[in-house]
Design a protein around this ligand. Structure first.
Ligand SMILES: Cc1cc2nc3c(=O)[nH]c(=O)nc-3n(C[C@H](O)[C@H](O)[C@H](O)COP(=O)(O)OP(=O)(O)OC[C@H]3O[C@@H](n4cnc5c(N)ncnc54)[C@H](O)[C@@H]3O)c2cc1C
Length: 407
């Protein structure tokens, strides 16, 4: 009798937890090794497009996600100072009909909790700081900072943008600073200067920057904002560095007063520098592979990083399942199916970055007219390249026909 493969996932973020759930549902013996002492996510929001919701369906968490997150009817794209509405791409109704699932905004911690709740506690090993992984014959070995090692049939590096697993199998890749920094914050519903912000998903486009805000919980009890700005005044790629309110207020002093009222109502601000990395040409060495940001870190402008990480986990579980037993072929198949898609998302996010931050008034005018025209025709004007991503369904793609729940 063949034994059930043992899979070690390094990193208990959104990608690692989704992969663990998909593999667990497929009946594999899975263990997650997370560096942090507890499983938690930073206080921030996520846009989750229909392709992510279809992956949630595959994982059996779509209904819970829809109850927890926020579903906006439309997104308003506004001009940075006047607030004039440039376009109103739909986010519900026809988008769900067109792509087979809804569009959701959600708190990262809520999504992680939903994923973890489906797994036995014994899956998670906390405080496990992985230093690298290697293949010995048909065994993958993960090494940890405390000198211990773990053997598995496959090690999956889901350890994020600064992946130790990636560095150990492909060497360190120096990222490029994009010249863009971001601030983020959360505002409770009762502190919103305009109650309408509790129901709206908005992107404000201005010269050299843009700001997005949207509710992250059903009922609009918490609103997330992210402010992007072209600047080389800060170069730390960390999600946990606190910043001053005054810095934001000075940077965006010429922007719309209602928007500034929203930003001012947050009691904590974080800032980080955005770095870019070229797509890798391989994710797998021997029995060690990568997923999520460790495999394909992308700029946030298409809102696809977490969506792709969750998709990766589902597709990898499917690849390992069919045909059962040939793990080397399965890892090759996973890479073949996923890499073209995630590469398009990485490169598409770069293009979107340039469009969002146009400085010339003429170029902005041309962009805005084009957006408004597409919006009026019912095209998904905010998404542009993103629309091509929404159609994807992890349960349908390639030769993968059924979800784990159907077994
Ligand atoms: C400003 C911004 C906005 C974004 N907005 C969106 C959005 O709207 N929609 C969207 O889909 N995506 C968005 N993203 C992208 C998204 O956040 C990431 O793509 C996603 O979090 C990647 O998930 P991951 O599990 O691969 O990595 P991570 O979330 O980084 O998780 C990695 C995990 O591995 C752990 N770890 C790290 N090193 C080790 C180690 N050595 N040993 C063990 N464990 C380790 C970490 O503690 C962490 O728990 C955004 C990103 C940014 C920067």
């Amino acid at each position: 009798m063949t034994r059930v493969p043992r899979i070690a996932v390094i990193g208990g973020g959104l990608g690692g937890a989704a992969a663990a759930l998909a593999l667990h549902r497929r009946g594999y013996e899975v263990a997650v090794y997370e560096k942090a002492a507890e499983l938690s996510e930073i206080g921030a929001g996520l846009n989750l497009s229909p392709n992510a919701l279809k992956a949630f369906r595959y994982l059996g968490i779509e209904d819970e996600a829809l109850k927890t997150g926020f579903q906006a009817a439309e997104q308003l794209i506004r001009s940075f100072r006047s607030g004039r509405v440039i376009a109103r791409p739909r986010r519900s109704g026809d988008i769900a009909a067109r792509y087979g699932a809804s569009f959701l905004t959600m708190h990262r911690a809520d999504l992680l909790s939903l994923l973890i709740a489906q797994l036995p506690d014994s899956v998670f090993h906390l405080g496990a700081d992985c230093t690298g992984a290697e293949t010995r014959g048909r065994t993958a070995v993960a090494h940890f900072a405390d000198g211990t090692s773990v053997d598995a049939d496959v090690v999956i590096g889901a350890d994020g943008i600064h992946s130790a697993v990636r560095d150990s199998i492909f060497g360190h890749i120096e990222p490029r600073f994009t010249g863009c920094i971001c601030w983020r914050g959360l505002v409770p519903g009762e502190a919103l200067p305009d109650p309408a912000f509790a129901r709206q998903m908005v992107a404000w486009w201005g010269p050299h920057g843009h700001i997005v805000h949207y509710p992250v919980r059903s009922g609009g009890s918490l609103v997330n904002f992210v402010a992007h700005r072209d600047s080389d005044g800060w170069t730390e790629e960390s999600w946990t560095h606190e910043s001053d309110r005054s810095e934001l207020m000075e940077t965006y002093a010429r922007w719309n007063p209602d928007l500034l009222g929203l930003i001012e109502a947050s009691d904590k601000y974080y800032k980080w520098a955005l770095y870019d990395r070229d797509p890798l040409d391989r994710w797998t060495r021997g029995r060690v592979t990568l997923l999520g940001d460790s495999a394909h870190p992308m700029l946030p402008y298409l809102g696809q990083g977490a969506c792709m990480a969750v998709e990766d986990g589902c597709v990898l579980a499917e690849a390992i399942s069919c045909p059962p037993g040939d793990l080397d072929a399965a890892l090759g198949e996973y890479e073949r199916v996923r890499m073209p898609r995630t590469t398009r998302a990485q490169l598409g996010s770069r293009v979107r970055a340039r469009q969002n931050h146009l400085a010339s008034p003429f170029a902005r005018f041309r962009r805005d007219v084009k957006m408004a025209w597409r919006s009026r025709r019912g095209a998904d004007s905010s998404a542009g390249q993103a629309a091509e991503f929404y159609d994807y369904d992890v349960a349908r793609e390639g030769r993968f026909g059924t979800g784990p729940g159907s077994r």
